[in-house]
Design a protein around this ligand. Structure first.
Ligand code: C2O
Ligand code: CU
Ligand code: CU
Length: 423
């Protein structure tokens, strides 16, 4: 645009896809295509102007998960886009580099809209960031992981989406909308940006040969320094950025190994192959990772920080279901608060719009180092408690709420969501 704004046109539409060879899935939804959407990319400081057109037969919304922006631009359940309408939010990107994403958020319909295929990545770049693998499609590869149930005719089985304790947990894994994917890599080190865009499934991602890798970032940005692990757990809505090293000519399998269920009510994790990686016979040298990736995070909460408590039970938060007309929490602009989440039942997670938080404790102990960076979603296994240090932004709007909710989409749709305003 004349004023230097970056303009994006996103068209939400229905189409047909071929996930399993020879079987056509007639009714998938996508953004500018039949399934999933383009990777949107902007740098810190950019002004972005969106035109989001709803070419679907139903009302929907498009939420910028992980983006810090005014509530009216957030794309939550209040910013509905009717069929045929175009919604035009705009804002200035002002937050650290991160892998964020977008997906619909229509109240009580999010699970189905995401399951049909509406989701995409929104990468935030920071020109002042540390040197990392960043050649998109070469040594910087996004991986959107989703589980589906596809019937013999090729149709997406949808009956489980709004059923059962967790909704649909499908047996078929798609990565970037592709069944049984592989990728050729040509560099020694490759950065994978993992997004769990599944409705409910939790993955423990690593490699079949057990190799270690470095985690460099989480939901809301880079870690202070790389953390070496051999598995990362990632629940719906979460992102993890990893850097993996390869030897010339090898073939490596990225997979997910579930932890055994402790009780019948735990969420099933299961084992899956996610991606076959084929390293070229000669690999381009990649430098080692910088020792420091980002500034130190907030270690200790400020004295007197306000504590808010959220009890998760069944599909309720603090004893009630979501009500679009009720404001649950009023937060002063720029506040740093402690949010204590107490999960009294089966597995949930907890996502807060607009903010970045740190996990101070999970079940009384610090989180694993790879989850100690800035985040916006935290997994809460059965009966877990989490203490979060939450930094709120300054977009004052007493009339338009942001959401906090369980990102297991069946739970969100059932009403496991609350609203806060910033004043
Ligand atoms: Cu990923 Cu309230 O959203
Ligand atoms: Cu969100
Ligand atoms: Cu839940």
């Amino acid at each position: 645009d004349a004023d230097g704004a970056k303009r994006f046109s996103l068209d939400l539409r229905a189409g047909r896809s071929e996930f399993l060879p020879g079987r056509i899935t007639e009714n998938t939804w996508g953004v500018n295509g039949a399934y999933l959407g383009p990777t949107v990319r902007a740098s810190r400081g950019d002004k972005v102007r969106m035109a989001v057109t709803n070419s679907l037969p139903e009302t929907t919304t498009l939420h910028w998960h992980g983006m810090r922006l005014p509530a009216r631009m957030d794309g939550g359940p209040h910013q509905m886009i009717e069929p045929g309408a175009t919604w035009t939010p705009e804002w200035t990107v002002d937050q650290p580099a991160a892998t964020s994403w977008f997906h619909p958020h229509l109240h009580e319909k999010t699970a189905m809209h995401v399951y049909r295929g509406l989701a995409g990545l929104f990468l935030i770049d920071d020109p002042d960031g540390p040197p990392l693998p960043d050649e998109y499609g070469v040594d910087d590869l996004p991986l959107i992981v989703q589980d589906k149930e596809i019937d013999d005719a090729g149709e997406l089985e949808t009956s489980g989406v709004d059923r059962g304790t967790f909704g649909l947990l499908g047996p078929t894994i798609l990565v970037n909308g592709t069944y049984d994917p592989f990728v050729d890599v040509t560099t020694e080190a490759v950065r994978f940006r993992l997004l769990n865009a599944s409705n409910a499934r939790v993955y423990r991602i690593g490699f079949a040969d057990g190799r270690a890798f470095e985690v460099i970032g989480g939901d809301a940005g880079l870690l202070e320094r790389p953390v070496r692990v051999d598995r990362v757990k990632i629940s719906p809505g979460e992102r993890v950025e990893i850097v993996v090293r390869f030897s010339p000519g090898e073939t490596v399998v990225m997979d997910s190994r579930g932890e055994p269920r402790k009780t019948a009510n735990d969420i099933e994790e299961d084992d899956f192959q996610l991606l076959k990686i084929v390293a070229a016979a000669a690999l381009k040298a990649s430098p080692g990772l910088p020792a420091t990736l980002s500034g130190p995070g907030p270690e200790t909460p400020p004295a007197g920080a306000r504590v808010r408590r959220f009890s998760l039970s069944g599909s309720e938060i603090n004893g009630h279901d979501m009500d679009m007309t009720r404001i649950d929490e009023v937060v002063p602009a720029g506040a740093t608060e402690i949010w204590e989440i107490d999960n009294t039942t089966y597995a949930h997670n907890f996502h807060i719009h607009e903010v970045a938080f740190r996990i101070l404790e999970i079940n009384g102990a610090p989180p694993p180092a790879y989850q100690a960076g800035p985040k916006d979603t935290v997994f809460l296994p059965k009966e877990a408690k989490a203490r979060l240090l939450v930094r709120f932004g300054g977009f004052v709007d007493p009339l338009t709420p942001y959401m906090y909710h369980c990102h297991l989409l069946r739970h969100e749709d059932k009403g496991m969501m609350g609203q806060f305003v910033i004043v």
